[in-house]
Design a protein around this ligand. Sequence first.
Ligand code: FNR
Length: 212
Amino acid sequence: MTDQSMGDVLRVVGIAGSLRRASYNRALLCAAQQLTPPSLVIEIEVLDDVPMFNADLDGADTPEAVIRLRGAVREADGLLLVTPEYNHGVPGVMKNAIDWLSQPLAQSALDGKPTALMGASSGAAGTARGQSQLRQSFVLTNTPSMLRPEVLVGRAQDKFDASGRLIDEPTRRFLRGFLEQFAVWIEQQQRARDATLSGSITGALAERRREG
Ligand code: FNR
């Protein structure tokens, strides 16, 4: 049973794919945390201590930071990934987190996890290409991702102040609307999943009745 079905708020894990102290993507995630509707909270997980993926490390000695990250995402109602774009693609920091989260495949924290994307870059396209690449990975990881609205914060240097506060009012408004839609969409995903589960239980009972 999820927290939401018990009448509480939706819990979303937020991850920014940059380790830079003054990262625009970290700042965008912090702004989102402050602009959520009452039905949703964002808990930020950081990637600073997550090592490069190495299957040899994954077993009895799985790194503590990875165990924590996987646990947080598994427990959450949704996932919010905030990605920079490097050389027209997903930066290694974010892709590395996806690779750890996808394993072990049979218990992947990404399997069926309702996910949304945002990104900020100094270029005009605001991480559109990096976000597209992430969606390609979601096919294998079976991660449903909200298609629209797309949060593409281009020319980030004009939208944040020196302390990392999002000062661009239209972007703040857009972000607020995006988060409201994310909350509604997560609930839709949960209802669809519950209906599928109860459908399969009904199917199993019907099957038993036919046999008996
Ligand atoms: C960039 N940047 C960049 N921007 C963009 O819009 N498209 C791109 O393909 C790239 N490529 C790229 C490669 C590398 C190696 C670096 C260091 C930078 C600029 C990028 O948007 C900018 O540095 C952001 O500030 C990175 O995000 P954070 O660290 O501020 O969150």
